[in-house]
Design a protein around this ligand. Structure first.
Ligand code: AMP
Ligand code: TRP
Length: 345
């Protein structure tokens, strides 16, 4: 089996509060890539449990992310949507990568430092080895491209380091078994668009996040039109009118964030947006932004609600996706065992 040329893999955690950052940074890209790639989109429930999850909430959130994928325009028949824990290759390959990755590499991961905070000794071992599971997700499909938001860049660099080390450590066996001069691809990150790092609506120095306590910091994909408009009206800005060029946004992080969101939601260039709104007060711009956000998100929210009312259908999508994912990942795992000298059927 040669390395596939055009395979996309990405994942979203079912940890609730899917927000505009997830949508613009990741899900809209997932939708676009369907044209040119074979796409595999995974609800990463094994990543979610690196911090404790209430069991009923976890299954509801898994269905909700699936509904968001479908409502946004991912086609589960042409492409694959499934939940991670259903395909055993992820956990199995993660163990192998626990033995490939070095402690020093993981010690440098900034997301672990942020998430573990001062309570490092009390963090789960899974939270520390989380990036190895992410590498396993991607490499179990030998995926060539991974669309993500900016915050995942370091994890994707680690994935390349793991692939490279495996290819080097087992070079002789890889070639002896007929896999040429490398078994894993060096996966390309796709961090694209004007909104790869959507910031909090309350604090331009913090990214929009599912776990921020204030609901006013983010627009959730489940928010209704009035809530979206209210959150945008209340979003923090400064007192100056909007500039007509990007350099006028330097040091104005909250203003820049709203302009980036506007451009991404309207599929427009940043310069084009500032050309139209340069000189406008925020009251005018926020009204236009609220209208745009509602026009773009309301149909998705509605479709998500419709889909979530029929959990049986969502479960069938996930189960069908998992069978197709397993058909790709199981033979890859058999190759890896063959390469490493682990006896297998
Ligand atoms: P997570 O919610 O951590 O599973 O993230 C799912 C996807 O959304 C990943 O590709 C993240 O990089 C992306 N993402 C999360 N937060 C943001 C944000 N504030 N801005 C842009 N992308 C984001
Ligand atoms: N770690 C990613 C996040 O929190 C989610 C994720 C898990 C992922 N496995 C992946 C993203 C594989 C891309 C590819 O956002």
């Amino acid at each position: 089996m040669s390395i596939p040329q055009n395979r996309v893999f990405s994942g979203v955690q079912p940890t609730g509060n899917l927000h505009l950052g997830n949508y613009l940074g990741a899900i809209t890209r997932f939708v676009e890539l369907q044209k040119d790639f074979e796409c595999i989109y995974c609800v990463v429930d094994l990543h979610a449990i690196t911090v404790w999850q209430d069991p009923d909430t976890l299954s509801a959130n898994t269905r909700e992310v699936t509904a968001a994928f479908i409502a946004s325009g991912i086609d589960p028949e042409k492409h694959i949507i499934f939940n991670q824990s259903r395909v055993p290759a992820h956990a199995e390959l993660a163990w192998i990568f626990n033995c490939v990755a070095r402690m020093g590499w993981l010690n440098r991961m900034t997301q672990f430092k942020e998430k573990a905070g001062k309570h490092r000794e009390n963090a789960s071992v899974g939270l520390f080895s989380y990036p190895n599971l992410m590498a396993a997700d991607i490499l179990a499909y030998r995926a060539t491209h991974v669309p993500v938001g900016e915050d995942q860049k370091q994890h994707l660099e680690l994935t390349r380091d793991i692939a490279q080390k495996f290819n080097t450590d087992f070079a002789d066996s890889i070639s002896k078994n007929g896999f040429g001069d490398g078994y894993f691809p060096l996966t390309e990150p796709l961090i694209q668009g004007t909104a790869t790092r959507v910031m909090s609506l309350r604090d331009g120095s913090a990214k929009m996040s599912k776990s921020e306590a204030s609901d006013y910091s983010r627009i959730n994909l489940t928010d209704d039109a009035d809530t979206i408009a209210l959150k945008i009206r209340k979003a923090r800005t400064d007192a100056e009118p909007l500039p007509s060029e990007m350099k006028g946004l330097e040091g104005r992080t909250e203003a820049e964030n709203l302009v980036r969101i506007f451009a991404a939601l309207g599929d427009r260039d940043l310069d084009d947006v500032l050309g139209e709104y340069g000189g406008s007060q925020f009251s005018t711009f926020k009204q236009a932004l609220a209208d745009l956000a509602v026009a773009r998100l309301a149909p998705i929210t509605e479709e998500m609600q419709r889909l979530c009312a029929d959990p049986g259908h969502i479960d069938a999508v996930l189960s069908n996706g998992a069978a197709r994912a397993n058909a790709i990942a199981a033979p890859v795992l058999a190759d890896i065992k063959q390469i490493m000298g682990l006896l297998h059927d």
